[in-house]
Design a protein. Structure first.
Length: 217
């Protein structure tokens, strides 16, 4: 009698394990860390529950909310366990990786070079030509890659660049992308300038990624 009861319980457990929505814990963030704007969870997207550990990101910084967003959504990490380095630049390869994560691309993380998977994705999706992976990304390059990743949408009504004193300095390859990014508020000038060929800081990248991510949420 006891043996039959035990057999029945085991059979029930096996049946329940096959039902949708009862995924095993091994299918969580540890094995597949990215699913679009968050990690895999049993019932959908989950955010990073850990508080930001960065000593160089204060609540009164203009970029605090943006860094918090990219941290919680597993899009950007620090340059070390305790530093985000908001004023330093980022490479083109880092942007490929961020955009691939936003699209839910599963990456090995152990490839050599480290950006191989995201580089391959960026090239296959025409987000980038895959060149100069270690070069600092410029503001117009960032806008162009975001625009291509978004499906190359038409710029909105507020796309006139003449209000910026250097609006005519945007490179031809990035012009439509910059107009789009400006029109929906992803790219914002300061001191009346866009600085299209200026390198984008990690704080600026976090801000643009956050603005676009909030459009995707």
């Amino acid at each position: 009698m006891k043996q039959r009861l035990l057999t029945a319980i085991l059979a029930l457990c096996m049946a329940l394990a096959l039902l949708p929505g009862l995924a095993l814990a091994s299918e969580g963030p540890e094995s597949e860390p990215y699913s679009g704007l968050g990690a895999y969870g049993i019932s959908g997207i989950v955010l990073n529950p850990a508080p930001m550990p960065f000593a160089d990101v204060d609540r009164d910084n203009w970029f605090f909310g943006d860094v918090d967003y990219v941290w919680k959504h597993y899009l950007m990490s620090g340059v070390s366990p305790a530093a985000f380095a908001p004023q330093t630049t980022a490479s083109r390869a880092m942007i490929w990786t961020i955009l691939a994560r936003m699209k839910g691309v599963q990456m090995d993380g152990n490839t050599v070079p480290w950006y191989e998977d995201s580089q391959r994705w960026a090239m296959s999706e025409d987000v980038s030509d895959g060149t100069n992976p270690q070069a600092d990304v410029t503001r117009e390059e960032l806008a162009a890659m975001l625009w291509r990743s978004a499906g190359m949408p038409a710029p909105g009504a507020a796309s006139d660049l003449s209000r910026f004193s250097d609006g005519d300095e945007v490179s031809a390859f990035a012009l439509t992308a910059v107009r789009w990014a400006v029109s929906i508020g992803l790219l914002r000038g300061y001191n009346g300038q866009l600085y299209p060929q200026g390198t984008a800081t990690r704080a600026e990248i976090a801000a643009m990624v956050t603005r676009w991510g909030e459009n995707m949420d």
